[in-house]
Design a protein around this ligand. Structure first.
Ligand code: PEP
Length: 251
C-alpha cells in the first residue's frame, strides 16, 4: 500500500508573515492520518517561517528548486545542503515553469536529482507534456523521454527515494484538469516505464502524484485512480481549506 502525498507548491507566493498564517491554518485543520503525508513548498525566504510554524507536526517542508552544484559562484542560487539544513525534507525538481522560464533540460534536472539524493533531500521530480504534444498524440513519447533523460544516471537505490509528479503543462494554473482517465493512462504508462528500468518492486512502490488544477471538487475522482498516489497542487494549496479539502478526499 503506497502512502499518498499531498504537496503544495506555493510558487512565488507568501512572504514570511503570510507563510506563518497559512501554516497555522493548515496545522489547526490537519489531523495526522497514516494514509497520506502533507508537504508544503514555500519560496526560499519563507522556508524558515514554515519550518518553525510546523515544528512538532507531521507536515513536511520542501524547496521548489535548487542549484545543480553543491556550492560556489552561482549568484542567486540555493544549494541542496542549504535546503536541508533549513529544515527541508523534499525538493521539487524539473517543474515545467523551471523548464519554460529557466530553460532547464532533462540532463540538468538529472544532475539536480543526483545532488539532492547525495545530500539527503528527497526529490519530487516533475514530467509532463505541452498541449501541442498531447494534440499530436505524442504524450507518451515526451513523458517517456523526459523520464529516460532525467534518470539516465540514477541507480535503483536513488530512484526508490524519489517521488514522481505527472503534470500536464496545459493543465497547470489554467483550470483545465486532465480527466481522471487521461491522467490514469499516463500514470500507468510511467509505472510501466519504471518497471522496465528499475523492476516491478520499484514500480509498485513509487508514488506518482498528479498535478494540474487539482482542487477539492475534482480530487476525489483523480485520487481514486489506481496509479495516482497524491497531488502536487499549486493554486489550491494557497488556501488552507482547499489544501486540506483535497487531503480529506484521500480514501
Ligand atoms: C503546479 O504548479 O505544480 C500546479 C499543479 O499548479 P496548479 O495546481 O495551480 O495547476
Amino acid at each position: 500500500m503506497r502512502q499518498y502525498i499531498i504537496a503544495g507548491n506555493w510558487k512565488m507566493h507568501k512572504d514570511s508573515t503570510e507563510t506563518r498564517e497559512l501554516c497555522e491554518a493548515i496545522r489547526k485543520g490537519h489531523t495526522p492520518d497514516s494514509r497520506f503525508e502533507l508537504i508544503v513548498c514555500p519560496p526560499f525566504t519563507s522556508i524558515p517561517a514554515a519550518v518553525e510554524s510546523l515544528s512538532g507536526t507531521d507536515i513536511a517542508v520542501g524547496g521548489q528548486n535548487m542549484c545543480w552544484e553543491s556550492e560556489g559562484a552561482f549568484t542567486g542560487e540555493v544549494s541542496a545542503s542549504m535546503l536541508l539544513t533549513s529544515g527541508c525534507k523534499y525538493v521539487i525538481l524539473g517543474h515545467s515553469e523551471r523548464r519554460q522560464y529557466f530553460s532547464e533540460s532533462d540532463q540538468l534536472i538529472g544532475k539536480k536529482v543526483q545532488l539532492a539524493l547525495s545530500s539527503g533531500l528527497l526529490p519530487i521530480v516533475c514530467v509532463g507534456e505541452v498541449i501541442e504534444d498531447r494534440e499530436a498524440g505524442r504524450t507518451e513519447d515526451v513523458v517517456g523521454n523526459q523520464f529516460d533523460g532525467i534518470f539516465a544516471d540514477i541507480d535503483k537505490t536513488g530512484f526508490d527515494k524519489c517521488v514522481l509528479a505527472y503534470e500536464p503543462v496545459w493543465a497547470i494554473g489554467t483550470g483545465k484538469t486532465a480527466t481522471p482517465e487521461m491522467a490514469e493512462e499516463v500514470h500507468k504508462f510511467i509505472r510501466g516505464r519504471i518497471a522496465s528500468k528499475y523492476g516491478d518492486e520499484s514500480a509498485d512502490k513509487m508514488r506518482i502524484l498528479y498535478g494540474g488544477s487539482m482542487k477539492p471538487s475534482n480530487s476525489t475522482e483523480l485520487l481514486s485512480q489506481p496509479d495516482i498516489d497524491g497531488g502536487l497542487i499549486g493554486g489550491a494549496s494557497l488556501k488552507a481549506e482547499n489544501f486540506l479539502g483535497i487531503s480529506s478526499t484521500v480514501k
